[in-house]
Design a protein around this ligand. Sequence first.
Ligand code: OGA
Ligand code: NI
Length: 332
Amino acid sequence: MSNFVSSWAKNIVTLPENYVMPPDKRPNEHVSTGNNIPVIDLAKASSSTINHAELVQGILKASQEFGLFQIINHGVSEKLMDDVIDLFKELFDMSVEMKDKLFSEDSNKRCKVFGNRYINGEIRYWRDLLIQPVFPIQEDTQHWLENPARYRELVETYSTEVRKLCAMIVELIGEGLGVELGEELIKDQALGANYYPTCPDPSSAMGSPPHCDPNIITFLQQQVYGLQIFKDGQWIGVHPLPYAFVVIIGYQMQIISNNKLVACEHRAITNSESGRITLGTFVSPAGDCVVEPAKALVNGDSPALYHAFIYEEFMNNFIAGKEPQKKLALNA
Ligand code: OGA
Ligand code: NI
């Protein structure tokens, strides 16, 4: 069987046994509708200082309470967003032979195409995943995929646009926190394309396991419902708004803010009606960057909750499945 779910999912009517989650890891039925997920309208970021202050407060509150919000009217072109989704549709629709040629977990390759990345014992997740580092762009594009034909041009344009948006949101978060979030924290960038094919049994399968993103901030583009967050003891659906980005606070932001902001635990479920492609732009500190709670947020009343650490070491622990938060907390 090909490593890509998308290579054989169309031809089956029963979920293969190794994709059936143990009962406690299946999507539960009681998922709240998510009507209260914060939406930030960037068109309001006009010159008026009142609106600017409101915008900063809105982003800060959402990042404190949910660790996640949706942004609309953000300026990234709708056509570009559609084109990039179409590009990845084409890629995941390629023949098994073409995809197997691309398939590689070789860490020397700049573009990694994974079948099932998160393999949990024998149980597999119902998704395919491609990860492409996209920064610094100019030095790197010759190592990128050559197919589909518009891959390099589109991924470059999209990643440049989303990076600008990310810089703007991070600046607003910094303003809200009263700290300078330096350039070295917002450095590396990767594009992760997830494909969750139509699933014969969504109540037994899982697309992405519950997790927090390890980086500083993630911008997720979704057109089809599937994303859920865990808050106050229950799962809540994050229903797609047309052409919105879902902004997800990652572990590094939680650490730098000394727990003023929270990393959002999230997962993705599957569905039986249509395939689902999501694009995640993951922005993170440079590998050698020292991460620690911002000095401005640490004082006698609010002691540092984390040790300083090198980002690359954190990531190595994260990938090895060690619990990074517990290991890093001073009182762990
Ligand atoms: C991720 C992720 C959720 C989704 O890629 O880190 O959480 O809905 N994706 O695809
Ligand atoms: Ni995630």
